[in-house]
Write a protein that binds this ligand. Sequence first.
Ligand SMILES: [Mg+2]
Length: 183
Amino acid sequence: MLILDLDETLMHASMHGLPRAADFRIGPYGALKRPHVAEFIEYCLEHYTLAVWTSSSDTYAQCAVEALFPAAARLAFLWARDHCAMELRMDGLEVAWIKNLQQVEQLGYGLDRVIAVDDSPEKYCYQPENLLPCKAFYGDSQDRELLDLTHYLERVKSAGDLRRLELARWKEQLGRGAAIRPG
Ligand SMILES: [Mg+2]
């Protein structure tokens, strides 16, 4: 299973201006699609069981998925903030929304077969070995992160225990060009 984040992973939305004209709108937000997002999603739908998990609201998540995914796309789940655990940071003021993969395990998916692509590593602080971290997207029209991620996902799609791949080092592994196998 592959779990995708929305904001700064597949898109960037803002109420206060964007570097170029918005690709779509969600209420007061203008949103940009990350370059190559359509091909990336098409690849993921074909080769992985796909799900979306965002820490934004449920309505926002529904609108974003409608704009980004093909109408016929089947998602294993579309989870929003109500599936995240709120945790207070050290100073007691800042709030972090944690995505605890135990909930995914409870659906019957073994965590050895789960990859989560997210630009916020702290959201997967309980299961960092399942995180495939991506660079945050804020509107760079030359961004190639989703192409690189596609190449990496293609190389590991038949790997055994995905948690043993050291997903955090995926760019290094991709650069080496060697076969990627769980260590
Ligand atoms: Mg994000």
